[in-house]
Design a protein around this ligand. Structure first.
Ligand SMILES: NC(=O)c1ccc[n+]([C@@H]2O[C@H](COP(=O)([O-])OP(=O)(O)OC[C@H]3O[C@@H](n4cnc5c(N)ncnc54)[C@H](OP(=O)(O)O)[C@@H]3O)[C@@H](O)[C@H]2O)c1
Length: 252
């Protein structure tokens, strides 16, 4: 039976992916810092672990516990992410630290634990959720966007390094996905989120990309086109557009 592990799989996109893999008959484990987040819906077969991806020993231990006696790690997906808006507003030191720790250090820790296990197998799939915002390169982007841009770059480095070992790396750069977290961050009003995708549709697209070992998935298509258009604009112009967008999104 295939073994699938999802870091940051206790809610949102990660949890929905876990349910999707379970429905296909795979053995699935998830982790997060607060395991009480996992919906209570009789999914007895889902293996749930408490771990913080920004602490190497934490994620390493739960992965070892998950694989105990089972041979291969077939798929590892890192969905853990931290978000705070610092373009049109101010964020605290703790929020900034959390974003850097989870999004950058967490990403590296996840790649390391997964590749150490998969390397001798000469097979495996690793995926990481970045963000479509990380596709654009401009100076005044938010700290979140900069961390997600780093995720894309880190994943690209691992893609090249792991290819000779038969391990694929898929970077997912989604636009807005209608998760509870996105709703909470926006006062439960998603009317200003363009091209919003429902979780079920997003999961099918993400699953397919990982399954076919796609290198980079940017979706939905309309958001991808918008990014292609914006990416040809001068950085100074992008700074202005993105600042106005952030301000507009903050207004009621
Ligand atoms: N929803 C969107 O529109 C959207 C768009 C683009 C990208 N993304 C990215 O997609 C990913 C999932 O987002 P989501 O909307 O599904 O949010 P979510 O429900 O908050 O999912 C995040 C998951 O990561 C876990 N997590 C956070 N920090 C962690 C840490 N340090 N160690 C271990 N687990 C950690 C959370 O649980 P705990 O907090 O209990 O640890 C939770 O299970 C994030 O990386 C996000 O940046 C989302």
């Amino acid at each position: 039976m295939m073994n699938i592990f999802i870091a940051g799989g206790t809610s949102g996109i990660g949890y929905a992916l876990a349910v999707h893999y379970l429905s296909k008959g795979y053995r699935v484990g998830v982790c997060g810092r607060d395991i009480n987040k996992v919906p209570k819906n009789n999914l007895n077969s889902l293996l749930v672990y408490e771990a913080d991806v920004s602490i190497m020993s934490s994620i390493k231990t739960v992965l070892q516990n998950f694989l105990d006696g089972h041979k291969n790690l077939d798929v590892f997906i890192n969905c853990a992410g931290s978000y705070a808006e610092d373009v049109a507003g101010q964020i605290s030191y703790e929020e900034a630290e959390q974003m850097l720790q989870t999004n950058i250090l967490g990403t590296i820790n996840c790649f390391e634990v997964a590749r150490l296990l998969m390397q001798h197998q000469k097979n495996g799939r690793i995926a990481v959720i970045a963000s479509v915002s990380g596709i654009l390169d401009y100076k005044k982007s938010s700290l979140y966007t900069k961390t997600k841009r780093s995720v894309i770059n880190i994943a690209e480095a691992y893609h090249r390094a792991l290819e000779p070992f038969g391990i694929s790396v898929t970077t997912i750069a989604p636009g807005y996905i209608d998760t509870l977290k996105l709703r909470e961050l926006n006062g439960h009003d998603l009317s200003k989120k363009p091209f919003l995708v429902d979780v079920d549709s997003a999961i099918k697209i993400i699953y397919e990309a990982i399954d076919t070992r796609k290198k980079l998935l940017i979706f939905p298509t309309k958001m991808k086109w918008l990014m292609t258009f914006l990416s040809v604009l001068p950085s100074s112009f992008l700074n202005v557009i993105m600042y106005r967008k952030a301000k507009w999104m903050q207004q009621d």
